[in-house]
Design a protein around this ligand. Structure first.
Ligand code: AMP
Length: 217
């Protein structure tokens, strides 16, 4: 199965994409995760991407498309994949189309997760991640048992640099300006399914499964 999860930053794409990819048995490919790792490792790609990421801007298409193409060429993607945070521009849509043509495969579905802007800002501002295992918490809705410490692995929790208020507003503006045409592109192809991401994580997961025509868990 070849799937996309689309939606604004903070709508819960990453959390849901991880679960859906396990459920469907396909790799979860998040360009944001790959780019953050590249920045951490100080690679050439990381150096090109860092300033854009810090300001909440999109990383140039040439860089992101390269990252995507390299990952999707790996053997584990042959039977399918779930893309999270890619494509974000029409040029990236064209690159994905080209890749699917090469694979002689189609896109099965594009899930569009939606939530009101105020809810998204609150989610992003309160989000904390574990340095050790990447687990995600929320200061108000899913706090760790001990402040600043991961329940799962004891790692240190941190706030992403781009999860501070000023950058959040920029990321949401960028999303509305640059990524809205991507939603229209897949809607016009009749593969887009809107799923509300309000409600608890299980309810949203079941909403996605229902949109994919699969039984709820
Ligand atoms: P995310 O983790 O998906 O919110 O991505 C974090 C940051 O990585 C974004 O704000 C962008 O700077 C960059 N990024 C991730 N995916 C893309 C993409 N498909 N196109 C351009 N920039 C991206």
């Amino acid at each position: 199965m070849r799937l996309l999860i689309l939606g604004p930053p903070g709508v819960g794409k990453g959390t849901q994409a991880k679960r859906v990819s396990v459920e469907l048995g396909v790799p979860h490919i998040a360009t944001g995760d790959i780019l953050r790792e590249a920045v951490r490792n100080g690679t050439e790609t990381g150096k090109k991407a860092k300033a854009f990421m810090d300001s909440g801007a999109l990383v140039p298409d040439a860089v992101v498309i390269g990252v995507f193409a390299e990952r999707v060429a790996q053997a584990d993607c042959r039977a399918g994949f779930l893309l999270d945070g890619f494509p974000r521009t029409l040029e990236q849509c064209t690159a994905l189309d080209g890749c699917l043509t090469d694979l002689r495969a189609g896109l099965d579905s594009a899930i569009n997760l939606t939530a009101p802007r105020a809810a998204i800002v609150e989610r992003l501002e309160g989000r904390r991640l574990c340095r050790g295992c990447d687990a995600s918490y929320h200061m108000k809705y899913l706090p760790p048992k001990r402040a600043g410490v991961c329940d799962r692995c004891g790692g240190q929790l941190y706030q992403r640099d781009d999860d501070h208020a000023a950058t959040i507003v920029n990321r949401l503006d960028v999303y509305e300006k640059q990524t809205a045409p991507v939603i229209d592109f897949y809607r016009s192809k009749k593969v887009l399914k809107d799923v509300s991401s309000e409600g608890d994580v299980n309810a949203v997961f079941n909403g996605i499964l229902a949109a994919l025509g699969r039984a709820a868990k």
